[in-house]
Design a protein around this ligand. Sequence first.
Ligand code: ADP
Ligand code: MG
Length: 697
Amino acid sequence: MKLSDRDITYLQGVGPKRAEVLKKEIEVASFEDLLYYFPYKYIDRSRFYYIHEIDGNMPFIQIRGRFLSFETIGEGRTRRMVAKFSDGRSVIDIVWFKGLNFVTNKIKVNKEYIVFGKPTAFGSKYNIAHPDVDPIEEADKVAAGLTPFYNTTEKMKSNYLNSKAIQSLEFALFQTLQWRFDETLTPAVINRAKVIDLSSALKGIHFPESTRQLNDAQFRLKFEELFFIQLNILRYTKQRQAKLKGVVFTRVGEIFHHFYEHNLPFTLTNAQKRVVKEIRKDMGNGKQMNRLVQGDVGSGKTLVALLCMLIALDNGFQACLMAPTEILANQHYETIREFLKGMDVNVRLLTGSTKKKERNELFPALEKGEIQILIGTHALIEDTVNFHRLGLVVIDEQHRFGVAQRAKLWTKATEVPHILVMTATPIPRTLAMTLYGDLDVSVIDELPPGRKPIQTEHRYDNKRASLYKFLESEITKGRQVYMVYPLIEENEKLDYKNLESGFETMKEVFPQFNVSMVHGRMKPAEKDFEMQKFASGESQILLATTVIEVGVNVPNASVMVIESAERFGLSQLHQLRGRVGRGAEQSYCMLISSHKLSNDTRKRLEIMVNSTDGFEIAEADLKLRGPGDLEGTQQSGLPVSLKIADLAADGQVLQLARDIAFEVLDDDPDLSKPHNRLLAERLKHLFAKKINWGLIS
Ligand code: ADP
Ligand code: MG
C-alpha cells in the first residue's frame, strides 16, 4: 500500500483520538504526511561551544565548564539567582528566576558540568536562563547530535502531542517502515543534481547525527520539492507550446505607425522599445504568447500595452485591457483615449457601473467587431460579453486577479488570444520562477528620463506640526498631496489611524484647501467624482485607503503621506509611493508611524527610506516576511506553501531544479519514456488535485 493511503490512526502510538488532532491541527492524515512533516529547528548537541563563540541568534547550545559563584539578587518578582559559569577562557551569567533552592542544593561550585540552553543578549552581554545542567559524568546520557523540534499547537500539546511526542511518532514510523523509503527521483536526476538518496535524506532530516548529514538531507529534500514544482509548471508550458496555436500577427500596420509617428508624445525608453520588440516577436511566431511584463511603478507599462494592442488591431483583431479596480479601468480608458486622440479607433469602457442601456448597445457592437479596444474590470469576463475576434488580452496589475477569473478569459475566444500580464509589483526572481514559471518574462528596467528619485522620510506621528507645515508649503507651490490610511473608520481593536477622522482633521488644519476622500466602500460614481476632483486639481489633498495603490496617475501630486505606515508591507508601501514622482517636480514620501515598532517593521521602514528600487525592495520583503505573505501569492493558488525550501534563501537550489527539469522535459516532453515513469507517477501524485495551471496563466 502507498504511504499516502496508510491512515495515521494505525501507526503505533496514535489511535483515533490523536489521529483526529493530527489531521485537524497540522493536516497529518497519512504515513506520508507525517514523513514529510519536517522539524522547524534543531538543537545543537553535536559539540561543545566556547562562551566567546556566542554571537547573534544562536540555537540551543551546550557549554562545558565550572560554576564559580552563585548570588541571589533582587526582591519579589525580580528575585533571581545569577551564577558565574566559566569554560576556562571566559565567563557567562546563568540565571534562574524559579526553583532557586533546587539549584543551590543540586549544583556545586567548581565541579564540571554541561550547561545547555539558549543564549540571549542582555545589553552588550549574553546570558542563559534556566538551562539544563548535567554533571559531566552523565555526558553519555545526554542525547548526542542534533535534536529536532517540530511545530505543535496548543491543542496538540493538551493531547500530549508535543515536539518530543512527534519525534517518537516519527521514530515509530521509521521502525514500521524499516528505515527504507521508495525513491522518488530517477538515478539520472539524482546523479545530475548530486543529491543523496531519499531514505538517507528522510533519516537525516528527522534524526540527524551531524550538521553535515542534516545539510545533505535538507539539500536533497529542498531540491526534490522545487524540482517537482518546476517539472509541473514547465511540463504544461511544453504541452501548451506543442498543442495550442496562437493567432499570428504578421504585420505592424497603419494604426501602429500612425500612432508612433503622430501621437506618441515622447520617445520610448530603450527598455520599452526592447520589451515591445520581444512581445512583437512572440505574437508573430505562431505560438500563443504568455508573457509577464514586470516594470517598476512609473516605468510606462500602459504605453507598452497600448502599442501591442495596436498591433492586434492592425491585424484585424480586437484587444482588451483588464484592470483590477474601477478607478484604474477608468483611468486607463481616459489615458488611452487621450493617447489615441484624432485617430479613428473605437475604444470603449465596460465596468460594473456601466448602465444597462449602454450595455445593450455595447455588446452587439463588440460582437460585430466594431469596438476595437475594450477596457474594463472583471465585467469584461462576464458571460454576456462576447468578442468578434479577440487577439490580445492585457491584464494589468495581474496579482489582483484570481486564477479562476483568468481561466474564464479563455472561453471568450474561438482562437486562443495572446496574453500579456503586467505587474508593477516586482517579484523576486525566485518567486517569479515558481509562481509564473510558465510565463516568459520581460522586464522594463528603466524609468522615463527626467524623473527625480522620490525622497522618503520616516516620521513619528507626534511630530505633526512640521508635517503640516511642509504640506502647506508644497500645496502653496501648486503641488497636490495624497494621504493614505489603513482603516476607513475607527476600530477599537486596531490602533491605527483612520480615514474618517483624518478627513475631519485635515479639513480643520487646511480650511483654505479642498480635501477629497475615496475608499472602497463608496459607490463607484461617488469615488469617480472625488477622484476627478483631485485629478483636475480642484482639490489639493486626497485622502484614501489603499484603493489608490495601483495605477492611479496624477502627475501633479508630489507628496505621498502614509499614515500608520507600520501597518503596510514593503511592496505595498512601494506601490503607494509610486503614485508620486510622476511629474517633473521633486516628490516626497512621508512614512508616519507610532513609536512602538517591532524590529521587522523598523527594518521595513528603513529599507523604504534607503531604496527606491522595486526589485531590491521585493527581495527584502521576501526575506523579511517569507513568500506566503507576499502579495499575489495567496490568490495565485500555486504551491508556494513550501514544506522545506525557502524562496528567499534557496535561489540556487531552485535554479538547479529548474535547469534539470528543463533537461528532462527537453528529452521527454510528456514524461512518457519508461525511464521517466517514476517522475510521471510522482508528479501525478503530488499535483493530482490541482487545476491545469498551464492553460490558464
Ligand atoms: P506604470 O508602468 O506604473 O503603469 P504608466 O504607464 O502609468 O506607468 O506611466 C507613468 C507615466 O510615465 C505616465 O504619465 C506616462 O505617460 C509616462 N511615460 C510613459 N512612457 C514614457 C516615456 N518613454 N517618456 C516619458 N514619459 C513616459
Ligand atoms: Mg500602470
